[in-house]
Design a protein around this ligand. Sequence first.
Ligand SMILES: Cc1ncc(COP(=O)(O)O)c(C=O)c1O
Length: 456
Amino acid sequence: MATASEHVLPPNEDDARWAGLSRAELEAYWMPFSGNRQFKDDPRMIVGAHDCYLRSADGRDILDTLSGLWCCSFGHGRSEIAEAIGRCAKELAYSPPFQFGHPMAFQLANRVRELTPDGLDHVFFTNSGSESADTALKMAKAYWRLKGRPEKTRMIGRIKGYHGVNVGGTSVGGIVGNRKHFGSLMESDHLSATLLPENRFSRGTPEHGVHLADQLEELVGLHDASNIAAVVVEPMSGSAGVIVPPAGYLKRLREICDKHDILLVFDEVLTGFGRTGSDFGATLFGVTPDIMTLAKNITNGAVPMGAVVSSAEIYRTFMDNGGPDYVPEFPHGYTYSAHPIACAAGLAAMDIFEHDRMAERAGAMAPYFEEQVHQLKGLRHIVDIRNLGMAAAIQLEPHPREATRRPFEIAMRCWEKGMYVRFAADTIQLGPPFIVEREQVDQMCNILADVIPTID
Ligand SMILES: Cc1ncc(COP(=O)(O)O)c(C=O)c1O
C-alpha cells in the first residue's frame, strides 16, 4: 500500500496516470457522481492546480473550463486563501458553533450581507450547497409556522432545477437522473423548465417564455396558496446545462409570490459571487428573493462552506417568537457550521472578490466568451448553445442508443488534449475561472471544435 506522500509523485513514467496506486487500491474510495468502474480502469488523477489549470498526475497542465465544479472562480491556488487557512488551522482549527461563537463567523456574515442585495440581511452558515438548500426549506416551513400558518408547507421547485443531493434539495430539484433512484422523498410540485425550442442558440437572456412563470398561478389554483410555503429556483439553472431565464420570468415569479404570500428562494450556489457578470443572479435580474442560498465561490472552493441569507422579516419572525432568550430560535445547525477555517478562507475569498473586482472581470470577458462559444454552432451533433456571463452549455443530440455517451466521449478526448470539461446528461458545460484570458477561451473552443465532430 502506498504511503500518503508516495501518492503525489508517480513511481515511473509508465505508471504516471495512476499516481503510484494500483488498480486494487482504487476500490476503497466510492467516488461521487462518477462512473467508478470506468474511472478506475482509466484514472484521471489531479495532483495540483494553479490559475486556470489543473495539474494531472502524468505531469500535464490541464485547462480547467469549469472552475473545478463552478467553485474556484477566482482561479486555483490563491495564496491569500492558503495563508489564511494555514494561520487559522494553527490558531483555531475548530470552535463549537452552538451557543458559542468566534469573531470570524460574524465578520464573514457581515461581508456577505454587504454584498447581497438590500433586504437580505442575516446569514446562516452551512457546509455545502446541498445543506444550504435543505436549510432554506426548513427555514421557510418554520417561518410560516411561527406566523401562525402551519399548513403552508408545500414546496415548489422547477423541472431541471438542481438544489444539491439532500432530501429536500433532491425533492424540489428537477433532474430526473438524480431523483429516479430514490422513490418519494419530500412532497413537492414543479414548474416547467424554461427550455423552449424557439429559444435555441439564444445569446444571453432568451426572449420567449415569460408565460411559464404563470404556471405558479395554476399551482396556486390547484393547492391554494394557504398550503404553499415557497418557490425554489436557480436564477440560472447551471447543472442542467445553463438554462437562462426568459426575459421577465423571474420578475413575474416575484409578483405572483408577493400576491399570494409565498416565499421566493433563489438558489445562488452556482451564480453567487460573479458567475453571471453581476455579484448575484438577483442583482443581474433585479429581483430580490426572500431567501438566497450560497456556497462554492464563498471560499473559492478551498474549504467546504455554504450559506443561507434571509430577509430581515424572516429573521425577526424567528427572534420575536423565540421563547426564552437562551433557547435556540431555529433548532437547526451543523457541527461544522461557520467552521473557523472555512470562515478564514471565506474572508480571504471575499477580499479577492472585492479587491480584484471579480464580478466585473467576469462581465468584461463575457461578450468575448459568448462570441467564441457560439462560433461552435453548426458543428455535428450540436442542437443548442446557451450562455450567460461566464457560463455556457453546448447541448448535443443524444446518441440513439446511449443518451449520455457523446458528452462523456467528448470530455475524455478533451482530457487527452489537455482540457477538463464537465459533461452531464446531454450537455458539455463551460464555466472557466474569471481570470481566464482570451487565448485560453480560444484554446477551449478550438479543442471543442476539433473534438466534437469526431464523435459518433
Ligand atoms: C444551484 C446549486 N445548488 C446546490 C448545489 C449543491 O451544492 P453542493 O454540491 O455543495 O452540495 C449545486 C452544486 O452544483 C448547485 O449548482
